[in-house]
Design a protein around this ligand. Sequence first.
Ligand SMILES: [Zn+2]
Length: 153
Amino acid sequence: MRESEQTVRYGGAREAERPLGRSIRRGLACRCPNCGEGRLFRAFLKPVDACAVCGEDMSHQRADDLPAYLVIVVVGHVLMTGYMLTDMVFRVSPWIHLAIWVPLAVLAALLTIQPIKGGVIGLQWVYRMHGFGGHDDETIDPGHPARKDGPVA
Ligand SMILES: [Zn+2]
């Protein structure tokens, strides 16, 4: 398309507000970031295709590895603090520490990964990432190498 053929639109289309804090909180509660009512997951870490209440399409989510990284950051800091504090107070063998902290780490990771993934999906929804804004990633980035018609000169 030539420059002269492009439509100039002043102000842009009016879009519904997507508050960051509210959307992440709804995601952390494993609820749809749009309405806060519908369930976000149909299985442990499998999001629904669309919200059963408001119909918001959730298939755009690409949380990928970010929830796992965030779980490592959060759980790692909490458990390392707990380990170091108890190690200062009670002098016990490393085997006892392993017996305490390894199961706790597994349990804490399992308990936090779903809400954290919900929060990540809420974040992506707020910033209209990966199609949450109603258009594909390719239309956002015309020069992206994954675009089917190749980079735009
Ligand atoms: Zn919804």
